[in-house]
Design a protein around this ligand. Sequence first.
Ligand SMILES: [Mg+2]
Length: 166
Amino acid sequence: MLKLLQPDLYVESIHKIDFDYLRSQGIKAICSDLDNTLVPWESDQANPELLAWIEQARAAGFTLYLISNAVPKRFAHFAKLLGLEGIGRAAKPRKKAFLRALRELKLPAAQVALVGDQIFTDVLGGNRVGLFTILVVPLSQREFIGTRLMRRLERLVLRRLQRQAP
Ligand SMILES: [Mg+2]
């Protein structure tokens, strides 16, 4: 179980993702969570740094795709604003949306990365279908109470993982 909660990479933000390293791992597409990964939870704007990152990822040869649990209206707003395809109301960590993403991307799981800020939705869901999982620090601390409770569990898991690290 602990293995399924462990990301392949843990970085501060999307801007710290090393595209060359991903390419060396055979990754061709990057699926990303939306809230608190690309944009703060309370925001409906995209900052210039995010738009630049999207361009850099594309220039580096990656296909970008959104997999978000956001409600349809919010998802549609950002999909349009960012110019990205994807799946809203994805019900992560259920496997269904991840499997649909692989079908639409026409790629095997081993060639797809999943970026997200939550262990129990993004990392767990991505690992369940065999994606290369990347955990980032959440952009905003203002979250649903339910999410805050999950954070406490996440901290416990991260501490255990750190103790296991060589
Ligand atoms: Mg998130």
